[in-house]
Design a protein around this ligand. Structure first.
Ligand code: UDX
Length: 439
């Protein structure tokens, strides 16, 4: 295997995981970030993000891993520079390329030999070409870069596994030389390549993410109709998923998708379509359905309480999905202001996302240390995340501890049959409501 001197810009989910996995496969990797505190933390072998297996790999490969804020010296002699910085959503829905350009500028000022710059961040179609032109017209030392589009498909919580055992490695290149280098970089991964031009690689990323978002919005609409006509979404999804053309993944109905990718990538592609005067009707619908779905539990709750004023509200799960502390576009964040504005007394439990939630709601919510504490004397319970602690909890606790056992499960954590003989109201998504509670 050929060992490359690789630099990764950005130490978020994409950058750090990519860097650490490339080191695991034998390359020498320097991770660059602007945040000195974060760099010092990583130098101790600690991961600033909650990601399974990451710290172990950081420790295991520490001889091949370095962390620095000194971008100039890091880029100077790199063979390959990966850009893994964020491309957050702008107010108009388009992708903000500010951080990508900041890195591009630094690269142009630092490099002293020709190198490959790999854009991993999700960027609008045409960006690789633009960044290449930008760097090459600003270099100081008569050197040249070639941009390669190499989107990632990692999910939070399983990012290390998704990187080491990806289902494909997409590489968008302009030249045979860049293709050869990229094949050598990923040689030890032993994963199938999709080699294409840069525009198609950029599109593969958006098209994949938006398709999955669309699949979720589709199953959520079917679930909503199931509730109206008395069908059961769990059985419907099973019946659909056994058709291999449909597949059984991403058919879990719930309170919609959140996270760092689907919400922003659907909006960005929609924006791009509009920019070129092409209306992406399916993507538009996926976005609209998701916006409504995120507050579906609130709408259901209004059947029982016109206002939440003075009510004890229990919340189980705050993160946008289990096994992450990330709160970006978490449905809980759409519902929480409604509950608090109404004057509800909210108690919440999410052992992992709690510290990030506290940054948004430091005092407005009482953070609990157990399911029991959260449910005690509650008038209603919202389940926003399907954490194992929820799925594995003793469901008798609802009846035992709550003042009024009204359970609104946004992630279908339990089988409705389990509540058959319980004195509770159990509402979920796309399934019949169980109502054995006599007021
Ligand atoms: C996603 C993509 O899966 C990944 O390939 C891409 O690189 C980044 O975006 P991530 O956001 O980490 O990853 O999580 P994912 O597991 O895909 O879930 C996203 C959201 O969809 C979550 O809010 C989840 O609850 C929701 N979801 C997922 C559903 O509502 N139903 C499903 O069946 C699957």
């Amino acid at each position: 295997m050929k060992q490359y001197n690789i630099v990764v810009a950005g130490t978020g989910y994409v950058g750090l995981v990519t860097g650490v996995c490339l080191a695991e496969k034998g390359h020498k990797v320097t991770c660059v970030d602007v945040n000195q505190e974060k760099i010092d933390y990583m130098k101790k072998g600690k991961s600033p993000i909650y990601e399974k297996g990451l710290e172990e790999l950081m420790m295991k490969n520490k001889a091949r891993l370095d962390y620095t804020t000194d971008a100039y010296n890091a880029y100077k002699n790199a063979d390959v520079i990966f850009i893994g910085v964020g491309t957050p959503e702008k107010k108009d829905g388009s992708a903000n390329l500010k951080y990508v350009y900041e890195v591009a500028k630094e690269i142009s000022q630092s490099i002293q030999k020709d190198c490959i710059v790999v854009l991993k961040s999700t960027v609008p179609i045409g960006t690789n070409k633009k960044i290449e032109k930008f760097i090459n017209s600003n270099t100081k030392n008569n050197v040249k870069v070639e941009l390669v589009s190499n989107p990632e498909f990692l999910s939070q919580g399983t990012a290390v596994r998704d990187t080491l055992h990806a289902q494909r490695i997409v590489i968008g290149v302009k030249s045979k030389n860049a293709e050869k280098i990229m094949r050598e970089v990923y040689d030890a991964f032993g994963i199938e390549y999709v080699i294409t031009d840069r525009e198609s690689a950029e599109m593969i990323k958006y098209a994949s993410n938006d398709f999955l978002a669309l699949k979720i919005s589709y199953i959520n609409e079917i679930a909503n109709l199931c509730e109206i006509v008395g069908a059961n979404i769990t059985d419907v999804a099973k019946g659909m998923g056994l058709d291999s053309r449909i597949g059984n993944k991403f058919l879990n109905a719930g309170i919609g998708y959140g996270g760092s990718c689907f919400p922003k990538d659907t909006k960005a592609l929609n924006w791009l379509g509009n920019y070129y005067d092409y209306e992406l009707k399916t993507i538009k619908a996926a976005i609209e359905v998701n916006e409504n779905q995120k507050i579906k539990l609130i709408k259901k709750a209004r059947k029982y309480y016109e206002t939440f004023e003075g009510l004890n509200v229990a919340v189980l799960g705050l993160a946008f999905k289990p096994n992450t502390d990330d709160l970006r576009d978490a449905p809980s964040l759409d519902c929480m202001p409604i509950l608090l504005d109404d004057g509800a007394k909210v108690k919440a439990y999410d052992p992992v996302a709690e510290s990030n939630y506290k940054k948004i709601y430091p005092t407005e919510i009482e953070y609990c240390k157990s399911v029991e504490d959260t449910l005690k004397d509650a008038d209603i319970c919202f389940i926003f995340t399907e954490w194992d602690f929820v799925k594995n909890m003793d469901i008798d606790l609802f009846e035992k501890l709550m003042k009024k056992p009204i359970i609104l499960d946004g992630r279908n954590c339990f089988d409705t049959n389990e509540f058959k003989n319980k004195k509770v109201i159990y509402e979920s998504i796309g399934r019949k409501c169980v109502n054995n509670y006599i007021k």
